[in-house]
Design a binder for this molecule. Sequence first.
Ligand code: UN1
Length: 504
Amino acid sequence: MNLPTADELRARVHRALDAIGAPGPLGEPGAPGLPASTPITGDVLFTVAQTDNYEAVVATAARAFPAWRATPAPARGAVVRRLGELLTAHRHDLATLVTVETGKIAAEALGEVQEMIDVCQFAVGLSRQLYGRTIASERPGHRLMETWHPLGVVGVITAFNFPVAVWAWNTAVALVCGDTVVWKPSELTPLTALACQALLQRAAGDVGAPPEVSGLLLGGPEVGEQLVDDERIALLSATGSVRMGQRVGPRVAQRFGRVLLELGGNNAAIVTPSADLDLALRAIVFAAVGTAGQRCTSLRRLIVHHSIADEVSARVVSAYRQLAIGDPFDSATLVGPLIHETAYRDMVGALDQARADGGQVIGGERHDAGQPGAYYVAPAVVRMPSSTAIVATETFAPILYMLAYDDLDDAIAVNNAVPQGLSSSIFTTDMREAERFIDGSDCGITNVNIGTSGAEIGGAFGGEKHTGGGRESGSDAWKAYMRRATNTINYSDQLPLAQGVHFG
Ligand code: UN1
């Protein structure tokens, strides 16, 4: 396997950070601080200083809030519009950093940056569309209405796999809603975080907005824990594992803070006998192996009608055999490395368990990269006799379990028979089947004739059950970043009481 050297990757990082104007200098590997590593070679490339002033960062964002909430929303949108312009100008630089830190292939890294640009555009439009309702009052000379108000400081915790887009979904929307933001990125992706923060600071400076609206906290899980218990964090938007969400949710609820949770997915697609198989195959392969199976929306379970199960399985296996696995910067590559050794061990463990459960595993072997710390694997297809516990477990790796079904209602029940409820798809040309699936899937995202991943930002993104129930990015997800006030205004000279009550 032909991989870039650690020094070549360092040079790429320097070029990208210089172009973006992100603050240096970066420390040598091994210096005290956060190791900035790459799954491409498994090397530590740099050391990044950890945030040692948590208190000051949060206090600054809290102090900036009153003036920011008093700034008209369309004026707040100007920062986000400028951020979108800077992201457009630097999309290749930022995508380079995403590829270095996550191992995501170049095309997908660029797609992730495009999501940021798209959500900035969405949020700019939103900055002129934050509206409430007026409701018919039961009293004469009265108006009943809803107004929406900023919350305060929004804490954003993001995961390694979408190190920049998820920050942008939250930050672009929170800023136009009048909140200030502090961000705790994954400790695996400090370089992309520095770059995003630098671009936002520049955007604020360019339009004369206070840079204090956005703060960055670089550090380990203990920094996230501080946000969880911090009364000043009005909303904590956290993306990560179900285990993380189970710790975060109740603790924030204990102090009556708000949470927006984007946790795991165990996403399924149903393939019916009427499906356009050429189309389905392309969608299935992208959804299952894109980002090396490390999206929360990755396709993990394929539920195929028994009459076409052998054919679909053979075609998926043959497509998998043609996948180029290797250097994510090589434009021919479709599958880059797993994030780290633990991810690889989890994949091996899941495949062992699937075999023990009677599954037939095709693929899944590690490719020799000539780098002991880099984990390149062939995506695996596993034909399972039935849905066992391992199938119902989210393993963050390219494993696609295949199950056969006879009856569509049973297939929908299998789709729903996992703890998580993020994304789901059906491949069918029968509109009755499509509508039954939309009605029956218990997921936050339910698609027809496209895969489970690759959602557009215009819709609300998120899922049910152990996925956490949060919604972010498009549609009316902005409401999570604001609080609603119900206002009753009496413009008469009488004081009629509601419910017809006479008093005194
Ligand atoms: C994630 O994996 O955390 O729908 C987010 C998708 C992307 C976002 C994934 N737009 O696959």
